[in-house]
Design a protein around this ligand. Structure first.
Ligand SMILES: [Zn+2]
Length: 357
């Protein structure tokens, strides 16, 4: 009998919809893959670095970006969260006023120069010392963290025994959680065994998102044939890291790990002088997660927790009463707008699973 599963619609708690005309296609791709909501990342150009008022040339506002997204189709979602992009200009007062206005729910830490459009960030210590994290803790604003150390030498950035994420979770995160024990933190797109161990040993205030690509692939898959559609930050890592992520995601008693695709559309992925970071998984993420889990009757509960329940529980979002289905029959992914889905980019023709609303 063909395996067939019905699930509540889910929230993608880490996605890049970016800006400009194709945004409606990207939002629709998420809607078509059963999403009832999303956390839309603020590293747009310019960044979403203020809370209220109109967008300006230097920065956008949460209020303005929400309007942009809603008018491009995101109003179909049950809920939509836009984090505030933390910059050296973020103040404790902005946090307080933003919460009181009902606009500010989470804020995103980017290491300076860590990933696409992250050059506006400052190091972690800035916000530990200037009262911003204290204000977030006091007002219940969740911190979304891109956990990679910036400015490392090559061998420390990606070595056999350490890397930028490993360094960050060993050296920075313990200080952060001991200074702000009541701050709720989502460790975004974790990729290493070190990060899994950190999240498991931290309090219930600390959770993590995991992408489909980090559950499915390692750096060997990226390098063999230089499959640049798999180039994302943090980089895919080693087999033991992938196994630690799979164990975390598939443990039925573990509520700390949930879906956040980090889906990032790029019209042009590789250029003459480099490669844009980010895998586009709009339209295909549940199918990829199901493949990573090798979804079956025995791990269905764990899969449902990971994809549909753990994230809303951590964020206090309502679980959708609408459903979608996954059936184990092959399907063909399609290009969404101008962005090539990861599966096509890797030369894998068919998906193992078919999704229907
Ligand atoms: Zn991201």
């Amino acid at each position: 009998m063909t395996a067939h599963f019905t699930l509540p619609k889910w929230y993608d708690l880490h996605v890049h919809f970016r800006q400009g005309e194709p945004i409606a296609d990207y939002i629709d791709a998420h809607y078509q893959m059963g999403c009832c909501g999303a956390l839309a990342m603020p590293n747009t150009q310019p960044p979403v670095a203020r809370v209220s008022g109109e967008n300006t040339e230097d920065y956008w506002t949460i209020e303005g970006y929400l309007k942009t997204l809603n008018s491009a189709g995101a109003d179909k979602f049950d809920d939509l969260i836009v984090p505030l992009y933390l910059t050296p200009d973020t103040t404790p007062d902005m946090i307080k006023v933003g919460v009181e206005a009902g606009l500010l729910r989470t804020a995103k830490y980017y290491p300076p120069h860590g990933t696409t459009n992250s050059e506006h960030g400052a190091d972690l210590k800035t916000y530990m010392d200037n009262g911003v994290f204290a204000a977030m803790e006091e007002h219940g604003v969740i911190l979304n963290i891109h956990g990679e150390e910036h400015g490392l030498s090559g061998e420390n950035y990606f070595g056999a025994d350490t890397n930028a994420e490993d360094y960050f979770y060993k050296n920075n995160m313990p200080k952060l959680i001991s200074a702000f024990p009541n701050l709720k933190i989502v460790c975004e797109h974790i990729t290493t065994k070190t990060a899994v161990n950190f999240v498991n040993s931290a309090s219930a205030n600390v959770a993590a998102t995991i992408t489909p690509q980090h559950l499915m692939f390692t750096v060997a898959d990226l390098l063999q044939g230089l499959k640049y559609h798999l180039y994302c930050l943090p980089l895919v890592k080693f087999e033991q890291d992938k196994q630690a992520l799979l164990k975390a995601a598939t443990s039925s008693d573990n509520s700390k790990f949930f879906a956040g695709t980090d889906s990032a559309p790029h019209a042009v992925k590789a250029t003459q002088c480099g490669c844009a970071a980010g895998c586009f998984t709009g339209g295909i993420a549940p199918q990829l997660y199901a493949a990573a889990f090798d979804l079956n009757e025995n791990n269905f509960e764990a899969f449902k927790n990971f994809l549909c329940l753990n994230g809303p529980a951590f964020y206090g979002l309502k679980v959708s009463t609408e459903t979608f289905t996954l059936t184990k029959t092959p399907s063909n992914p399609s290009v969404q707008g101008n962005a090539t889905p990861l599966h096509i980019g890797l030369g894998l023709e068919q998906l193992d699973w078919t999704l229907a609303l």
